[in-house]
Design a protein around this ligand. Structure first.
Ligand code: NDP
Length: 290
């Protein structure tokens, strides 16, 4: 079994981006990070994004509106960033506090600055195989992990567990694309799927993104399959200081004994998401001009 080391692959991509940014003439790429309120997970995600941008040599602009901001005020702020020629990419950190309308906020972003890839136009471009758009960061990171660990999807049966707009649907569309590295035969499973284990057992490549701790057990996996575990779940663990540990959607101890390659949690898909955001920001800067 080969462990697909997301930390190592992410570090390689960060080093590549750092070089590309250093070689870039003129203004450095700039990402605006909008975090509304003080959700603890959002605070740590935005910090990580700010730190990675600095490591690569990109500028980040942190904007911290209070949780009391109205939808109109938030959209006015987004308009301002849309119209600012020194901002290449904009990220509105999810989840937004209630009663703000997250989907409407994402739609308000100028599609050419939507480096998170959640704008309708960018999701549509993935379906159309139009590479000028931005692919959402987690699915893009999964495809990078597969490519850089030498997994070509052509001729393979790729089974995706989960159909969310953030992970399941876009990664299924990417695996399906008629291009090098992709070209998979794709099945998407969800909570309405019958005989789930029968389908997952047919997978040459199994991508689990359902948010259920250790749901995928060894009896659901074909020996030799490549297993990508997207899940990040907290399970109670009194032996930890925090009282919990992080686990994926895959039961790693048993599945890892029969998979040919597998991602760990943490240290698999997770580290890829932030570096794909930076890759998108550099792409935005190159497309937007100096
Ligand atoms: P969602 O809750 O939005 O979607 C979960 C999907 O799984 C849904 O399509 C749901 O089906 C399906 N599902 C849930 N339970 C079952 C079941 N018992 N059998 C079959 N299908 C089921 O989750 P996300 O896609 O946002 O996230 C999935 C996981 O990935 C989470 O653990 C999340 O924390 C993690 N994640 C990790 C990221 C990273 O950077 N590593 C980034 C984003 C997410 P239905 O549509 O029918 O409800």
């Amino acid at each position: 079994m080969e462990l697909i080391d997301g930390n190592q692959i992410a570090a390689t991509i960060v080093a590549e981006l750092k070089q590309q940014v250093a070689d870039l003439p003129g203004r450095k790429p700039c990402i605006a990070l909008v975090r509304v309120g003080d959700d603890p997970a959002s605070v740590s995600y935005v910090k990580k994004k700010e730190k990675t941008a600095a490591e690569i040599g990109m500028e980040s602009r942190i904007i911290l509106p209070p949780a009391t901001i109205t939808q109109g005020e938030l959209e006015a702020l987004i308009d301002q960033l849309n119209n600012d020629p020194t901002v290449d990419g904009i990220l509105v950190q999810s989840p937004l506090p209630k009663p703000l309308d997250e989907a409407a906020a994402f739609r308000r972003l100028a599609a050419h600055k939507d480096v998170d890839g959640f704008h309708t136009l960018n999701i549509g471009k993935v379906a159309q195989e139009d590479d000028t758009g931005f692919v959402a960061c987690t699915p893009a990171g999964i495809m990078e992990l597969l490519a850089r660990s030498g997994t070509d999807l052509k001729g393979k049966h790729v089974v995706v567990l989960g159909r969310s707009l953030i992970v399941g649907k876009p990664v299924a569309l990417l695996a399906l694309q008629k291009k090098a590295g992709a070209n998979g035969t794709v099945t998407i499973c969800h909570s309405g799927t019958a005989n789930l284990a029968e389908i997952t057992r047919q997978a040459d490549v199994l991508i689990a993104a359902i948010g259920r701790a250790e749901f995928v057990t060894a009896d659901m996996v074909k020996p030799g399959a490549v297993v990508i575990d997207v899940g990040i779940n907290r399970v109670a663990d009194p032996s930890k200081k925090t009282g919990y540990r992080l686990t994926g959607d895959v039961h790693f101890p048993t599945v890892s004994t029969l998979a040919s390659k597998i991602t760990p949690v943490p240290g698999g898909v997770g580290p890829m998401t932030v570096c794909m955001l930076m890759k998108n920001t550099l792409k935005a800067r190159l497309q937007n001009g100096a």
